[in-house]
Design a protein. Structure first.
Length: 273
């Protein structure tokens, strides 16, 4: 069995199909790990959801910020943004089935020394601790009051972790770390507006994975979310958002030997940052 991890898809269905063909993906024997942001901005979000859902237990996806945004819009607690491409999902006959499936996906997956998450882990969190916190959010997403949670998850405050946090503030920090964070201070204070290249990070901040002695450093984190970072492969970090949506390739890595597979973007969209 081979495990292939794939970077942000963001509705680029044609490229995902081509990439799976390139790696010779066999759902009966292989496993697919997706770093989240299955949907939005690209032209084929509905087809991406249907494809990944159809793979059943052969595919594991964690939720990204765009996936959560889709759920919030669908429940009427958030509005569509100007560049969203979610209308096809919202009007689909299988909308309810797809959104229920998406709502039941996880925030984090840990296995065999790897931790799969969309954006990152705060420096205070071990993988075990992060997994426990992810389950708190997953429970809220799957609970009877999930619409209230979706409406309260937005916001930039608090911007750092405190074990004493409770309620929606606690859940918001967890969601922001897992789905929005790119940079933070050594103390884990997050900054959400920066989307650029490493050399332009504002003073006092650093990539979350470069924080000295972060508690999750013994695991290899597999992430996306940061297209300006691009492909980054180190012993304990595999960053796979190579910006297919913006004209870069879509990237997969086979975990056992770290062989890379890429396909070119077919129809890039203009950046609207």
């Amino acid at each position: 069995m081979a495990i292939y991890a794939v970077g942000d898809v963001q509705g680029c269905h044609a490229e995902l199909v081509q990439l799976l063909d390139r790696i010779g993906f066999d759902p009966a024997a292989d496993r697919l790990w997706l770093v989240g942001d299955l949907v939005n901005r690209g032209p084929g979000s509905l087809e991406v959801l249907r494809l990944v859902k159809s793979l059943g237990d052969s595919a594991i996806t964690v939720l990204g910020n765009h996936d959560l945004h889709l759920l919030a819009v669908a429940e009427g607690v958030a509005k569509l943004n100007r560049n969203d491409t979610l209308d096809e999902i919202l009007g689909a006959p299988d909308r309810g089935e797809l959104l229920l499936w998406l709502r039941n996906q996880r925030l984090l997956h840990a296995q065999d020394g790897y931790v799969l998450v969309h954006a990152g882990l705060l420096p205070q969190w071990s993988v075990a601790r992060a997994g426990s916190l992810a389950r708190e959010v997953e429970t809220a997403l799957r609970g009877d009051d999930y619409v209230t949670f979706l409406g309260r998850m937005y916001g930039n405050a608090p911007n750092n972790w405190d074990d004493d946090l409770t309620g929606y503030k606690r859940l918001r920090v967890i969601v922001n770390a897992f789905t929005r964070m790119r940079i933070c201070t050594e103390k884990g204070e997050m900054e959400y507006n920066f989307k650029g290249e490493v050399e332009n990070i504002p003073p006092g901040y650093m990539p979350w994975f470069d924080v000295p002695n972060r508690a999750s450093r013994d695991a290899t984190a597999i992430v996306g979310h940061w297209s300006a970072l691009g492909l980054l492969i180190r012993k304990n970090i595999v960053a796979l958002d190579t910006g297919c949506l913006w004209g870069g390739p879509m990237t997969a890595i086979r975990l056992e030997d770290r062989e890379l597979f890429q396909v070119s973007c077919r129809n890039p969209v203009a950046k609207h940052w």
